[in-house]
Design a protein around this ligand. Structure first.
Ligand code: CMX
Length: 138
C-alpha cells in the first residue's frame, strides 16, 4: 500500500460554532462545507490546506464514536486519514498484515468518500482511516 497523501486530519471539538472561527483565522481560509454524517453521529466542518483537509467533528450523540472520545480524552486529534488508490485492495493488504480492522468493507464517509477505519489498538494508538475518492481514484 502506498497512500498518495494525507487526505484529512479529524479533530474532535465540543462545538463547531466555537471552533470554526479559530480555524478560519489560523488557516486564513473559510470553512467550505458543513455536513452531518448521521450514521457516525457527527456534524463535520471542512477546511482545505493544499491537498489536505482539516475535518472538525462535533458529536451529535454522547454514545457515538466522537462523543465517547471527548468524554474520555477531551477535545483533540481524533484520527488521521490517508488517501489510497484501490481501497478494497488496501483493506485486504492491511488485513493480511495482521492489522485489526474496524471496517472490513468500504463504507460511505463525509464528502462522498469511500472509507475504512483501522483500530487504534493495532496502529500505535492512532485511529487511522483509509479513504478513496471514487471520482478521482484518490
Ligand atoms: N484515537 C485513539 N484511541 C482511541 C480513539 C481514537 N480516536 N477512540 C477510542 N480509542 C481507544 C480508547 O481510548 C480505548 O482505549 P483503552 O482501552 O486503552 O482505554 C480503546 O480505543 C477502545 O475504546 P472503547 O471506548 O472501548 O471503544 P469505542 O466503543 O469508543 O470504540 C473505536 C473505539 C475506535 C473502535 C470507535 O470509535 C470507532 O469505530 N471509530 C471509527 C468511526 C469513527 O471514529 N467515526 C467518527 C468520524 C467519522 C468521520 O470522520 O466522518
Amino acid at each position: 500500500m502506498k497512500p498518495t497523501h494525507i487526505e484529512h486530519i479529524g479533530i474532535a471539538v465540543n462545538k463547531l460554532d466555537e471552533a470554526i472561527p479559530y480555524y478560519e483565522k489560523l488557516l486564513g481560509t473559510t470553512c467550505y462545507a458543513i455536513e452531518e454524517v448521521a450514521d457516525q453521529k457527527v456534524r463535520t466542518a471542512f477546511f482545505k490546506i493544499g491537498q489536505t483537509k482539516i475535518e472538525l467533528l462535533e458529536s451529535l450523540d454522547p454514545e457515538g464514536p466522537v462523543g465517547k472520545f471527548i468524554e474520555k480524552k477531551g477535545e483533540g486529534i481524533h484520527h488521521i486519514a490517508f488517501a489510497v488508490n484501490g481501497l478494497e485492495e488496501s483493506i485486504q493488504e492491511v488485513k493480511s498484515n495482521g492489522i485489526r480492522l474496524i471496517d472490513e468493507q468500504p463504507r460511505k464517509g463525509a464528502e462522498g468518500l469511500h472509507i475504512a477505519f483501522l483500530h487504534p489498538k493495532s496502529t500505535f494508538g492512532v485511529l487511522t482511516e483509509l479513504c478513496e475518492d471514487k471520482n478521482t481514484g484518490k
